[in-house]
Design a protein around this ligand. Structure first.
Ligand code: DX5
Ligand code: ZN
Length: 230
């Protein structure tokens, strides 16, 4: 399991100052950089593509955790791997429609970590056939598409289910609506990596917020008091 890791989602940063925003969370103690890629098709929103990921990779020192919310990851996986993705996460709802195993194998064969994300309405049992091929499962705690949505506690059981699977030795990541009031519940359930967009970039003091999220998560995992935010 290791210590809880905080992955700020760049979706909530000031894109006009992308390099500075990356430096700010890296200096502020982040563990991974979470990069949300949306195609306007799998989700209604459109964000960034491989050239921007490559530009991020040039200035970043932390691992790039690339979350592909796109309908055709078979077509674009190589471009995102070339751009420097360290973790490449595709959606269950997408890969079930084609050669999912082949895609995950390819990601690993190219030296990246293979991740699988699922939306809140997808049953966790659907990830079972892929578990041995995965380095990470991303449990969405909002519907993929937009930052700033409300955390859905009903997905926490998925994390507990994953924790009990001996054939899965990867990380469990949660994404969506994670902040001071929700991070403890995610940690208690067994989450390893906490994505936070609004909670990090919207904070008055970014390093303090990252440290606070990590501290609450670590305490909740130990079963200790999960201090509510002041
Ligand atoms: C939603 C994205 C999330 C989002 C999280 O589709 O996958 O990474 O940016 O943002 P917050 O933390 O604001 O919910
Ligand atoms: Zn994401």
């Amino acid at each position: 399991m290791g210590p809880p890791r905080i992955a700020p989602s760049l979706l909530a940063c000031d894109f006009a100052r992308l390099g500075d925003e990356i430096a700010r969370v890296e200096a502020g103690g982040a563990d991974w950089l979470h990069v949300d890629v949306m195609d306007g098709h799998f989700v209604p929103n459109l964000t960034i593509g491989p050239p921007v990921v490559a530009a991020i990779h040039k200035v970043a020192t932390l691992p790039l955790d690339v979350h592909l919310m796109i309908s055709d990851p078979w077509r674009y996986a190589d471009a995102f791997l070339d751009a420097g993705a360290d973790v490449l996460t595709v959606h269950l709802e997408v890969i079930e429609r084609g050669d999912g195993h082949g895609l995950l194998q390819k990601i690993r064969a190219r030296g990246a970590r293979a991740g699988l994300a699922l939306n809140p309405d997808a049953a966790i049992e659907r990830v079972a056939p892929y578990l041995p091929a995965l380095d990470l499962v991303l449990v969405m705690s909002v519907f993929a598409g937009f930052g700033g949505q409300k955390f859905m506690p009903e997905v926490l059981g998925k994390v507990r289910w994953l924790r009990q699977r001996p054939e899965f030795r990867g990380d469990i990541e949660m994404d969506g609506g994670i902040g001071l009031t929700t991070v403890a519940a995610c940690a208690e359930a067994g989450t390893d990596v906490f994505v936070a967009g609004t909670a990090v970039f919207g904070a008055p003091d970014v390093p303090a917020r990252i440290a606070e999220l990590r501290r609450i998560a670590a305490e909740a995992r130990r079963g200790g008091p999960a201090h509510p935010p002041r």
